[in-house]
Design a protein around this ligand. Structure first.
Ligand code: IPE
Ligand code: IPE
Ligand code: MG
Length: 235
């Protein structure tokens, strides 16, 4: 891995927690707990090496289909993680931003997310975007609705909707697109993650489940990214 050519923005589909737990004869929730620890390790490492933005997929708009008990365990773990992040905030200097509509979350978790985003807004370590109740299609539908409402109110004309303008209505407004999208867990699909932003991202699929993902794995992913030839449609 070449430290002088790091991606500015890395995105991760944190997958494989359930299979990790099953392989050890543990309940799926134990996998989510282990996954939260991996997230802490990777986020800290990204800050240390100078990655500017890290976007992680924690809970999708489709994950509500899971048994209520698993959903509530995941929400509980998010709360625990964020309370610990508040505790470590001064030391870590990570700026947290949440992507996704937080309205359907348990009220306490929702308020905690808002407080963490507000209180970490001034930090300049690394920006960590946590996607909760996030879906790429949902993000685009919301953008279309906001723009349509602005047109209906006479504030905007339909021709003003350029690619740049549309980007401004997404949760990721103002951020560079991720150069690298990593999916551990062995599946090779996007599962409704960053559909717009990943148009020209490099993908890296790892067979290890997320709880086993390590700094070394991350370095391997970055090295793979650095070895690719990105053409963006050119030659
Ligand atoms: C990812 O791990 C975490 C969430 C989707 C919340 P999974 O829970 O999807 O684990 P697998 O894919 O079933 O192993
Ligand atoms: C994607 O993983 C969502 C998150 C990691 C939060 P899933 O486990 O939900 O994706 P599928 O169902 O395998 O496509
Ligand atoms: Mg999964």
């Amino acid at each position: 891995m070449d430290f002088s050519r790091l991606p500015r923005h890395i995105a991760v589909i944190m997958d494989g927690n359930g299979r990790w737990a099953k392989a050890r004869g543990l309940p799926r929730t134990a996998g989510h707990a282990a996954g939260a620890e991996t997230f802490r390790t990777i986020a800290t490492y990204c800050r240390e090496i100078g990655i500017e933005y890290l976007t992680v997929y924690a809970f999708s708009t489709e994950n509500w289909k899971r048994p209520a008990q698993e959903v509530s365990a995941i929400m509980g773990l998010l709360k625990k993680y964020l309370l610990e992040a508040v505790r470590d905030m001064e030391k870590e200097k990570v700026r947290f931003v949440f992507f996704g509509d937080l309205t359907p979350l348990p009220p306490e978790l929702r308020e905690l997310c808002r407080a963490v985003q507000r209180d970490s807004a001034g930090f300049e370590g690394c920006q960590v975007n946590i996607c909760i109740n996030y879906g790429g299609r949902d993000e685009l539908v919301r953008a279309a609705q906001i723009f349509a409402a602005e047109c209906a109110a006479g504030k905007r004309e339909p021709e003003e909707l350029t690619e740049k303008a549309l980007s401004g209505y997404l949760w990721s407004t103002g951020l560079p697109d991720p150069e690298l999208v990593i999916r551990p867990g062995g599946e090779k699909r996007i599962s409704n993650f960053l559909l717009w932003q990943s148009a020209y991202s490099e993908f890296y699929f790892a067979d290890v489940n997320w709880p086993d993902f390590s700094k070394e794995e991350l370095r391997r992913a970055i090295a793979a990214y650095q070895s690719r030839s990105r053409r963006f449609g050119g030659i």
